[in-house]
Design a protein around this ligand. Structure first.
Ligand code: SF4
Length: 419
């Protein structure tokens, strides 16, 4: 048999260009928040009534907006709806309407990589916080639904997603937003995904969302190992999440939503090895689900904003191997890894690897599918995990110049070894 081995020099010891090692990716400890800034106190005491769309601006006092009447939505979705002006680099629109529940108290968790984390209440009101590199304007739910219903079959959206945050109201309000949506919009024409918050959920919450018409249920594990989870989302940063609870709800989602209708988010480059990340990808596929991947980017204002973004070669190797496992029936056991857990052999014939690289789908944003193909995500999240100058997840099909760059990042071409 023949196998593929990467060319290229050996890696530096830790996180300085080849991969982000566990020892390097240590979050800062959160500072205590002054009592007068806790729990959205500033927004609640000023009690400015909301009126229409609120565009994040740190110099303006955020009005008192709450779900289920209000949600935040990604800048890409706001531009696609025509609510915000502007154009996106090399993208006409986004295919996923990402909605985020919103409260003056904000998210009550403290995840180290997240711009919405609780510790930020010391410096920014909830509706002014950046999340996955962009602002999230707050908009009345009815206004969003009105535009999508008006556009009907001409809507650019292939999917809608409700992202829960950690808040005592988020289970009930996810139901309320889903009900409001399905009253006007047929979920068969624009399917709905739920990005869940397992910490506040029980089995009956998952069942209710399925009964109300949700199509796909995802769990943002984010961390690829229990140790990284605890350090970035649990006790390590005074945050309430537990790995075991996330897996409990993931298994419930598998039962309730069924094969191919559940999945987990994984952020690559927070200290896991490539082998650990891909072992998790394989585990999800073996359960009948999918993995949705994000490249770690040091979000401004987060507890990890001093740390390096994931080196592109690490990211590309994991992206490619994940695609092979998720969509090409390749198993992790066929792959080979070096002593630091890096992929050195993808376990497929060179011709197949070449065909998959040349097609470029493996390097596009991963997530719940849209209407083009099962392996092309509706959730394209333009520039959510990288700047446009150095794209990690491509929100569109990479062109020939992009693919040349990707090959360099992968350190492909590869040498062929006979064994
Ligand atoms: S639960 Fe989600 S929104 Fe809240 S801090 Fe963690 S990653 Fe951010």
């Amino acid at each position: 048999m023949s196998c593929l081995k990467q060319t290229g020099e050996s890696a530096p010891a830790h996180g300085a260009g080849d991969f982000n090692a566990y020892e390097v990716m240590q979050p800062r400890v959160p500072e205590p928040t002054p009592p007068e800034r806790r729990n959205g106190a500033r927004v609640k005491s000023a009690d400015v009534p909301p009126s229409g769309v609120y565009l994040p601006n740190n110099n303006v006092l955020a009005p008192h907006m709450r779900s289920p009447e209000y949600v935040q939505l990604s800048t890409a979705a706001a531009m696609t709806l025509g609510i915000m002006p502007g154009r996106m680099h090399r993208c006409e629109c986004t295919r996923c309407l990402n909605l985020l529940l919103t409260y003056p108290e904000g998210c009550r968790a403290n995840c180290a990589y997240c711009g919405l984390a609780r510790h930020r209440e010391a410096e920014r009101d909830y509706a002014d916080r950046n999340f996955i590199r962009v602002d999230w304007p707050a908009v009345p739910v009815e206004q969003i639904i009105e535009i999508v219903a008006r556009d009907g079959a001409g809507s650019p959206f292939h999917r809608m997603c409700i992202s829960m945050i950690t808040h005592p109201r988020s289970d009930a309000d996810t139901v309320a937003v889903l009900r409001a949506w399905t009253r006007r919009i047929d979920p068969a024409s624009i399917p709905v995904s739920i990005l869940s918050n397992p910490t506040t959920m029980e089995r009956e919450d998952v069942v209710r969302l399925k009964e109300l018409g949700a199509d796909i249920f995802t769990v943002a594990l984010d961390a690829a190992t229990p140790a990284i989870f605890d350090r970035t989302r649990g006790k390590g940063v005074q945050s309430p999440h537990k790995w075991s609870k996330y897996w409990e709800i993931l298994h419930v989602a598998r039962e309730v939503f069924g094969p191919q209708k559940f999945g987990a988010h994984i952020i690559i480059g927070m200290g896991e090895t490539e082998f650990e990340a891909l072992e998790l990808v394989q585990q999800l596929v073996d359960l009948g689900g999918h993995s949705h991947m994000f490249c770690f980017f040091p979000e401004k204002g987060s507890l990890m904003d001093h740390l390096p973004a994931t080196p592109r070669d690490q990211w590309r190797r994991v992206q490619l191997a994940r695609y092979l496992i998720d969509y090409a029936a390749v198993r992790i056991e066929q792959m080979r890894f070096d002593e630091r857990g890096r992929v050195i052999d993808y376990g497929v014939a060179p011709e197949m690897l070449e065909r998959i690289i040349a097609e470029g789908v493996a390097f596009r944003t991963s997530g719940c599918p849209g209407k083009f193909r099962d392996d092309i995500s509706a959730c394209d999240r333009p520039y959510g995990d990288s700047p446009p100058s150095d794209i990690a997840s491509f929100p569109f099909a990479p062109n020939r110049t992009d693919l040349r760059r990707i090959r360099r990042q992968l350190r492909i071409p590869v040498v062929r070894e006979d064994s």
